[in-house]
Design a protein around this ligand. Structure first.
Ligand code: FAD
Length: 213
């Protein structure tokens, strides 16, 4: 995966390319919510590819001049959650229990951990016994709170547009060179949210990361 986050005149930010075996790639791009009708109509896939034509990334010409071979889908970047993912006779896992903003790309990791935790609880309870899902609910509550926080920071940094957002992004990348702790939300995404101390999921930290510089 090649990932870049840019602020560019044509309003596409934070784009991703996934190699699918030459000469195919899958491309993702983020654009503003108030521009949500931008890629509609029959030629939307082609126009989406053309939006990757940036002066700062000349090699993107290969994408912009490409031929769409699959559909173009758009998704809102958001989270959903429940504080108690179980009830008498039922337990929710994966997206049904609440999803994390796809900007983090963690949906399957979250789902697999849910499966493991719920399976372990069911196995420990044994046949006929009432399983206690409270530890799963407690762990998931904090895990998703932290991932929600990380996703919100990433979205504010990579997926906001206009001069103010661009200046903040620029300042963030500069400040991060001398203070790597500003990027701890990225560690939470890559290594697991429990690997990062709790003080990096607070309003103080959010303000520190997002200050204009
Ligand atoms: C834009 C986007 C990008 C993403 N990128 C990533 C990524 O890079 N990495 C990552 O890990 N995750 C990513 N995800 C998230 C990931 O796809 C989901 O979190 C994951 O698929 C959730 O798994 P799940 O089993 O809970 O739900 P699903 O995969 O949605 O599976 C639920 C299944 O239940 C079926 N179903 C629904 N209702 C019924 C019914 N009544 N009867 C029978 N079957 C039913 C559905 O058809 C579906 O097959 C992304 C999501 C989006 C939207």
């Amino acid at each position: 995966m090649i990932r870049a986050s840019l602020s560019v005149p044509n309003g596409i930010s934070g784009f991703w390319r996934f190699r699918k075996g030459a000469p195919k790639v899958r491309v993702y791009g983020g654009y503003a919510l108030d521009d949500k009708r931008r890629f509609t109509g029959e030629d939307r896939a082609q126009r989406f590819l053309e939006a990757f034509r940036f002066d700062s990334v000349p090699a993107n010409e290969a994408i912009a001049a490409g031929t769409p071979v699959g559909p173009l889908f758009a998704y809102f970047n958001n989270d959903s959650w429940t504080d108690q993912p179980f009830a008498e006779g039922a337990v929710l896992i994966g997206d049904a229990a609440g999803w994390n903003d796809p900007i983090n790309g963690l949906g399957l990791s979250i789902t697999y951990r849910d499966v493991r935790m719920v399976s372990d609880i069911l196995k420990a309870a044994g046949p006929g016994a009432k399983p206690d899902f409270a530890p799963y609910a407690e762990e998931r509550y904090e895990r998703m709170r932290r991932l929600r926080f990380a996703g919100q920071l990433q979205a504010a940094l990579d997926m906001e547009f206009g001069d103010t957002a661009r200046a903040r992004r620029h300042a963030y990348h500069h400040r991060r060179m001398s203070d790597p702790t500003l990027g701890m939300h990225g560690v939470a995404v890559l290594a697991g949210p429990e690997m990062v101390p709790p003080e990096f999921f607070t309003e103080d930290h959010r303000q520190r990361v997002l200050e204009a510089g």
